[in-house]
Design a protein around this ligand. Structure first.
Ligand SMILES: Nc1ncnc2c1ncn2[C@@H]1O[C@H](COP(=O)(O)OP(=O)(O)OP(=O)(O)O)[C@@H](O)[C@H]1O
Ligand SMILES: [Mg+2]
Length: 249
């Protein structure tokens, strides 16, 4: 049986903004995701995707509601939750002066992994993400696709059951993004629960087992692509999206 690894219940985040006043970035979203599943949050710029993912990754404290990662509450048990997840943020800062390999080792040590285990994981990751050609090059000299591979590696070095990926392929060319997508599928097939965000309909359709459509801080529909097509009497995700947010298509 699939195990529920991520559970989100009525999660909210309000920001106080000096100019805009109260910003309700996430207005009470609920969903769950399982082991061996890729769940996508699909929505336009400003929909609340990053804010939602940052709450799941224990980086932002929710205004209200709850979320658990592998059963650990992100607010009351953040250390355990953090150990159970890997978070790939939009603006993953890599240290320019470290090589790809050193960067990943550094994160392994932060997770208190032993040298032997780190070495074994390094070999696995290097092969999985096809990094041997640039593994000993400094991060500052890598292309954006190569940097993204290093960022993903450091996100999953400790082999957590839950992966939270904020727009994992944004800015990458077809080949680099294919490589990342196949490693995401690979993780799913090994039983990981992957939560990712994207604003690209085609990507959501291709990669995700289930999709939550998010707009203006609200999840307006959740389902497999087929279920969404059925429910909204549509043949394209774009139509589903427009109908789900209440516009005519
Ligand atoms: N620290 C903050 N203070 C004030 N408002 C914020 C803050 N962070 C995000 N917001 C606002 O919350 C809303 C949701 O932002 P968020 O970054 O979650 O969207 P997103 O779906 O990730 O968009 P994108 O596709 O552009 O990455 C936006 O209106 C944004 O301006
Ligand atoms: Mg974002």
């Amino acid at each position: 049986m699939e195990q529920v690894l991520v559970q989100v219940l009525n999660l909210k985040k309000h920001f106080k903004d000096r100019k805009r006043g109260k910003v309700e970035a996430v207005k009470g979203i609920s969903f769950e995701a399982h082991s061996g599943e890729i769940f996508g949050l699909l929505g336009p710029n400003g929909a609340g995707k990053t804010t939602a993912l940052r709450m799941l990754a224990t980086i932002l404290k929710p205004t209200d509601g709850t979320a658990t990662i592998a059963g650990y509450d992100v607010v009351t048990d953040p250390d355990e939750a953090r150990r159970s997840l890997g978070f790939l943020s939009n603006d993953t800062g890599l240290y320019h002066r470290l090589t790809a390999r050193e960067m990943i080792v550094y994160f392994g040590k932060l997770y208190k992994m032993t040298d032997d285990v780190i070495k074994q994981r390094l070999d696995e990751l290097c092969e999985m993400l096809d990094m041997s050609e640039f593994f000993n090059r400094r991060c500052g000299k890598l292309s954006s696709g190569q940097k993204q591979k290093v960022s993903i590696s450091r996100t999953i070095i400790h082999d957590p059951p839950v992966l939270i990926l904020d727009e994992p392929t944004t800015g990458l060319d077809v080949l680099a993004s294919r490589n990342i997508v196949s490693s995401i599928r690979n993780a799913r097939d090994k039983g990981k629960c992957v939560i990712l965000s994207t604003h690209i309909m085609g990507e959501a359709e291709r990669i995700c087992d289930r999709i939550g459509i998010i707009h203006d801080g609200i999840i307006t529909a959740i389902g497999t692509v087929e279920e969404l097509f059925d429910r909204f009497d549509a043949r394209e995700l774009e139509t589903v999206f427009l109908r789900a947010v209440g516009e005519t298509a």
